[in-house]
Design a protein around this ligand. Structure first.
Ligand code: GAL
Length: 339
């Protein structure tokens, strides 16, 4: 009895120690367990952050709690969980995250729905349309074996309300898997996605309401198999951070830059430095958040492929030397350095 009590106490202490570091100190400790303000583990994978009227909204994949290997996909390690939909957390300081709920829930009954829990719902991103006043979400929707390769769209009047699912498509008539959105300063928005069996990255200008492809798109890095795109703009130049294509396993990141979204992209190399920089610190890119006028934070997922809900987050400052970017590993850093 005494032994059990001691064991319990030790486990609780260990868990508390691992979990509360961010909130207590304002430090970001990548790769550790992060808790929300209710002390639950944050479940927002493959996500992105929208800054809107003084609040950060973090949207991500709400992973189911059991991971299994999908035997119907023989040619690669298709570990997956039941799709839980898209979660949202809010924060004023990028450290204390309040769970706002599952804003796009998975469908429990209708197996024909894109959102059915047996399907794949990944890499949700949300942008705000200043004209329609709608929050617009795009996400990768797929069948259990990733054969559907499509993008879904959902809208909401508020950042934390229930999003209305509008349906899915193969944008510009081509496959779409890993994806992100980018809203430019002129209000134009782009959908960036891995297409043609992930071999080529498409950049597609959206219609003014952000709900459909406009028909203008470019095919980039053909044959290079880039995934996990994250796009941002710094001093008039555009940047794409991406990973190679090795499923849940880490590989070397790469970035490219261009003078315009639909222009020519120049491959620049690996932006990561420090411990395990050659394999992106065991992570995979998902988003780059601009903070203030000139600070950037690069966000990665450190996938735990046999227990996906227990994947961790890696957030690091992204800095510039001229046009070149550097994302250096840091065990702990303070968000107050982002200005
Ligand atoms: C990765 C992709 C993830 C997920 C995974 C499935 O390459 O970036 O979002 O789809 O494959 O194995």
């Amino acid at each position: 009895m005494k032994k059990t009590f001691l064991l319990l106490m030790t486990m609780t202490t260990l868990l508390m120690g691992a979990c509360t570091q961010s909130q207590e100190t304002g430090l970001v400790k990548s790769g550790e367990i992060w808790l929300d303000t209710d002390s639950n583990m944050i479940n927002a994978h493959g996500g992105g952050i929208l800054y809107h009227e003084g609040t950060y909204y973090w949207y991500g994949e709400y992973k189911g709690d059991s991971t299994y290997w999908n035997p119907k996909v023989p040619h690669w390690e298709c570990y997956r969980t039941e799709a839980g939909g898209v979660s949202c957390y809010s924060s004023k300081n990028l450290v204390d995250w309040k769970f706002e709920g599952v804003v796009l829930p998975a469908e429990q009954n209708d197996s024909a729905s894109d959102l059915h829990f047996s399907n794949v719902l990944e890499r949700p991103k949300v942008i705000y349309n200043d004209v329609t006043k709608k929050f617009v979400m795009w996400l990768h929707v797929d069948s259990h074996n990733y054969a559907k390769a499509a993008s879904g769209v959902a809208v909401c009047d508020t950042p934390t309300g229930q999003f209305e699912y509008l349906g899915s498509m193969r944008p510009n008539g081509a496959m779409a898997r890993d994806m992100t959105l980018f809203k430019d300063d002129d209000g134009k928005a782009y959908h960036i996605y891995s297409s043609e069996e992930n071999s080529t990255l498409y950049i597609s200008l959206l219609t003014d309401d952000y709900l459909r492809p406009s028909g203008r798109f470019t095919r980039n890095f053909p044959g290079a198999y880039r995934e996990a795109p994250a796009v941002f703009k710094h001093q008039g130049k555009y940047y794409i951070l991406s990973s190679g294509c090795t499923g849940w396993d880490p590989n070397q990141a790469q970035y490219a830059m261009a003078d315009s979204m639909l222009g020519e992209w120049k491959v620049m190399g690996n932006p990561c430095s420090g411990k395990d920089a050659d394999i992106t610190f065991y992570g995979q890119s998902t988003h780059v958040l601009k903070v203030g006028e000139n600070s950037y934070m690069a966000m990665f997922d450190r996938w735990n492929k046999t227990d996906l809900i227990n994947s961790r987050y890696i957030w690091l400052p992204l800095t510039f030397k001229g046009d070149s970017i550097d994302i250096a590993w840091q065990d702990a850093w303070s968000v107050s350095t982002l200005k």
